[in-house]
Design a protein around this ligand. Sequence first.
Ligand SMILES: C[S@@+](CC[C@H](N)C(=O)[O-])C[C@H]1O[C@@H](n2cnc3c(N)ncnc32)[C@H](O)[C@@H]1O
Length: 159
Amino acid sequence: MKISIISVGKLKEKYLKQGIEEYIKRMGPYAKVDIQEVSDEKAPENLSEAQMEEVKQKEGERILSKIGADTYVITLEIEGKMITSEKLAEQLDQLATYGNSKIAFVIGGSLGISEDVQKRSDFALSFSKMTFPHQMMRLMLLEQVYRAFRIMRGEPYHK
Ligand SMILES: C[S@@+](CC[C@H](N)C(=O)[O-])C[C@H]1O[C@@H](n2cnc3c(N)ncnc32)[C@H](O)[C@@H]1O
């Protein structure tokens, strides 16, 4: 299985970079993981609704350009569906069973995900009703994907 994490903006914080590198390493025996960053648009506080839509639209086009037609897309959305780690494991397992070997997780920018990206999404996944920084979401997502693979293989993991 090939897993891509498509994310808006460049990751700057060293502590997050280190954590992400660690989880990519841990994922090694299970799946190939690549992180694809697309550039973000400036989004100052005083933008109008239309300008905010434009920001999301532009970032969305960059996201969509990274997704192949044969890829199963899971967008991370606050208003998406909340599931357990076991359920995520089951879903990934089923995708693999039914021949979906390419999965892209999409993390939006500071204003979220455009409507076009939402339309391309096969599943909208929520981590909770709380808002997390998009850069931190990468690490949280990787940990959950790693956990899902451990669960899938019946390997021990912290409860
Ligand atoms: C700072 S948040 C964007 C907040 C924006 N106001 C919105 O409503 O989407 C940046 C990205 O991180 C991800 N994210 C943040 N919190 C999340 C959560 N609780 N569940 C799923 N994804 C989340 C989403 O992909 C989101 O587009």
